[in-house]
Write a protein that binds this ligand. Sequence first.
Ligand code: ARG
Length: 255
Amino acid sequence: MEACGKILKKIIGGEKVNLSDKYPFMATIWYYEGNDFNFKCGATFIGRRYFLTAAHCLKNREQKKIIIKMGSCYLKKMPVLLEIERIFIHPDFVPSSLKNDIAILQVKEDIPPQYNFPVRLPCTHIQNYCYNIGHTVRVIGFGKEEDRDRAKFVEQLKEVDLRVKSMEESKYHKSMVTNDMFLAGGIKGNTILDSCTGDSGGPCLKFFHDCWVLVGIVSWGDSSGKKDAPGVYTKVLNYYYWIRSVCGFSHCNTH
Ligand code: ARG
């Protein structure tokens, strides 16, 4: 099936998404805790039985205690539930610094055909320009709208456009942000635009030649919604060969 063929045409600040099939590859990770599944993170369907997410979303978790839900822009109305066959955490993931914060989930069954619309992956360095300072990228997620413990995850998927930022625009020390990460943030009026708790693992996208391309994964930030502390994203392009070695394919956009 043609990747992203269905495309017809957290977030702090940002807009609610109404079109349920605008981002058909958006998926969510839930943990079995107590006797219920709780939403924890975002993930992205990349094709066959594979999903990409942040490694920190999975650490210390047994695969039988995690499920993926997808198929709706409403968090509590996801029609597709998928059990995990295997978890591939990047071998160089460092939990303390979140270096190489990327992981692949393989599910036990095929994705139903009506939901089988994977995102494209960035490949070679054609898409490198997406990471240039000032470039606009889009982040989607069910993350909190405020960085407070008591704030709830949003019911309806949100989207926000952010600008790729330079290190000078942040207070982060250069040792914290590797070449495999990039910064993105924004401002609209007085509101800082950012991803937040619950957006982790979810997609940072670029619309490229009629397809959504997964350029980043929500990884970390020093609290959310602070001007000099933009969100930090895993640079998916740098993991092209690792993804291909795990999944045996990469639906890349070669235009
Ligand atoms: N680590 C967070 C999570 O687990 C996401 C953090 C993003 N933070 C930010 N300021 N953009 O959901």
